[in-house]
Design a protein around this ligand. Structure first.
Ligand code: FAD
Length: 383
């Protein structure tokens, strides 16, 4: 099945070719042992795909976000888990769009070669949850540095990244006029003193941590953009994250459809392929249509982002529709496989777990629905 692959054929072929070196056995082992797919991320970096968004002048390939989404889509469509490395793609945007010329010159070439990884982003806190403006992590300016204290949760890939984008309050909530003001973002060396990361064992093989920050010192030149405007910058980055994850869900969705179709054609029960039964065919067809439709919104959102136009609504809608569509396809795929869907060797149960994450992270369903209700439809603010 080649649906959804009618653009960027060379890019797709190159990424696909790399992914064939990391087969189902590789991902099963990584998942079973709960380890980081180091060899895969290394290969992706060496091939230049992890620096896709870095401009050529800094040693990257200068691709658009749309092209970056194609890379991530092909990874998930190959059966791999792009959650292990997608952080670099969207964190990169924060640095590219809001970083200073010195910061770009200092970090981007090293990120492009793979000497440094920018895979981690610390936004979520245990006490604030989705209500980001309530974060308590505080960065206080002391001479030429900021001293940071606080706690983050679900900070992914921190153990496998030299750099992290960190959101902290530089002015307390009580002192700001608007609650979205007074937060700043910093580029942090993850090996600094004052960072204690503890892994959270979770449903997917997604390396993620509770992070305790105790008198962490950050050089003042590592502040990204203007002090106090960090929330706006983070939102910009989150749009890129949502669009990239939408594309990963599309990759998952096609993977589930291909896997379902193949199995439905091959598996014979009651002397006929199960796919001959409409009870098996129709859910697969329905899930396929949902993937195709959601994919249109993914491209619309990515195009708006690349044109530097407002894309908050489209990025949210794309992530929501694509995550829903891939989750429906996951359920159909599991059902089509019957008992074998639960056997690890078929990969279905692993991909089922992996794609489920995207209805919760990086933003959960209800929050997207309330964004659309309020900001697109003009309904009253509910919180
Ligand atoms: C594997 C994994 C990796 C992650 N990686 C990162 C990372 O690298 N960096 C990072 O900063 N964060 C990360 N996160 C955090 C993730 O973004 C959050 O878990 C997610 O945004 C939901 O926030 P929460 O868990 O605090 O849920 P809460 O905010 O506690 O919400 C719980 C539930 O209540 C619902 N809810 C809350 N308020 C309302 C309301 N007013 N109306 C209706 N429903 C409401 C939510 O939709 C949700 O379903 C990760 C999470 C996971 C699970």
């Amino acid at each position: 099945m080649n649906s959804g692959r009618d653009n960027y054929p060379e890019l797709r072929d190159a990424v696909r070719e790399l992914c064939t070196r990391f087969d189902s056995a590789y991902w099963q082992k990584i998942d079973e042992q709960r380890i980081y797919p180091e060899a895969f991320v290394e290969a992706l970096t060496k091939a230049g795909w992890m620096s896709a968004l870095i401009p050529e002048e800094y040693g990257g390939s200068g691709l658009s976000l749309t092209e970056a989404t194609v890379i991530m889509e092909e990874v998930s469509r190959s059966g791999g888990n792009p959650g292990s490395c997608h952080g670099q793609m969207y964190n990169m945007n924060t640095l590219l769009r809001h970083g200073s010329a010195e910061q770009k010159k200092k970090y981007l070439p090293k990120i492009a070669t793979g000497e440094l990884r920018l895979q981690a982003m610390g936004v979520t806190e245990p006490g604030a949850g989705t209500d980001t403006t309530k974060i308590k992590t505080m960065a206080v300016r002391k001479g030429d540095r900021y001293v940071v204290n606080g706690q983050k949760v679900w900070t992914s890939r921190l153990q496998h990244s030299e750099l992290m984008i960190l959101l902290a309050r530089t002015t307390s909530l009580a002192e700001v006029k608007k609650k979205s003001e007074g937060m700043s973002i910093f580029l942090v060396d993850t090996k600094s003193k004052g960072i204690d990361a503890r892994r959270i064992r979770n449903m997917v093989n997604h390396e993620t941590n509770s992070v305790f920050i105790d008198n962490l010192e950050i050089p003042a030149e590592n502040l990204i953009g203007e002090e106090g405007k960090g929330f706006r910058y983070i939102l910009d980055g989150l749009n890129a994250e949502r669009i990239l994850i939408a594309a990963e869900c599309i990759g998952d969705g096609y993977w589930f459809i291909e896997k379902s179709t193949k199995y439905a054609n091959e598996r014979v029960v009651f002397d006929r392929p199960i796919g001959q039964n409409q009870g098996i065919q129709f859910p697969i067809a329905e899930a396929y249509m949902e993937i195709e439709a959601a994919n249109l919104m993914r491209y619309k959102a990515a195009a708006l982002f690349d044109q530097k136009k407002q894309c908050g609504a489209e990025a949210n809608m794309a992530k929501h529709l694509c995550a829903k569509a891939s989750w429906e396809a996951a359920n159909v795929c599991l059902q089509t496989h019957g008992g074998f869907g639960f056997a690890a060797e078929y990969d279905v149960e692993r991909k089922f777990r992996e794609t489920r994450l995207y209805l919760v992270a990086p933003i959960s369903t209800n929050l997207i629905l309330s964004y659309v209700a309020e900001h697109v439809l003009g309904l009253p603010r509910s919180f």
